[in-house]
Design a protein around this ligand. Sequence first.
Ligand code: ADP
Ligand code: MG
Length: 240
Amino acid sequence: MITFHEVDKFYGDFQVLTGINLHVESGEVVVVLGPSGSGKSTMLRCINRLEETSSGQLTVNGVRVDERKTDLNKLRRNIGMVFQHFNLYPHKKVIDNITLAPIKALGVSKAEAHQTAMHYLEKVGIADKAQSYPSQLSGGQQQRVAIARGLAMKPQIMLFDEPTSALDPEMVGEVLDVMKALALEGMTMVVVTHEMGFAREVADRVVFMDQGKIVEEAPPEQFFSNPQEERAKLFLSRLL
Ligand code: ADP
Ligand code: MG
């Protein structure tokens, strides 16, 4: 579903990604770990070309993301993204936040978009908030709206960039539960998170990054119990 082959990325003279090789199969959940500034967000944002790669090949669902001629709208329709800050439209009701893109980008009818939105709001457990404004919701509820909004585009891939980092601790669980349910349904997911419990329980694979490189890649049980690389050991020891 996603293949990075020798991908480099520079910001000016600064090399932020170096020789990234990563392969994500359909239905896989890959959790990306690593210290702040290691390039996790940049790598994630290359997948839907919110950032452009400098060299190497990046293929998503058979489409070369790194080629100029790639139809970005088509690419992005297939990829949902959830950020640390929920990025909801504050002046639009929850339901309208969710129906906007399907109506505008997919050309879905209002009635159908509404039905789909309610389906996903039920799924994330907040159908009763459809007529509320984002500011009337808790952080955890807002993030669940953001997930429902992503799902309403019926993407094949969901990207999560620290989706629980801005939440009060008591709301982290409700968002992780929604993500876990999504993983169990077979969604292809790449998740940047510091939630090690989620990584252990839900990830098929953990990718550890440091200084723009993938330093270690392993199944979670192996990564957490027996990390191979010094930098991974150091990272894990600092979490305790
Ligand atoms: P992470 O998500 O792991 O914290 P990022 O991908 O956000 O890391 O950033 C990796 C590195 O790239 C950091 O050193 C950061 O300062 C730098 N960086 C990120 N975005 C930009 C940008 N737009 N221009 C220049 N440098 C950037
Ligand atoms: Mg980041």
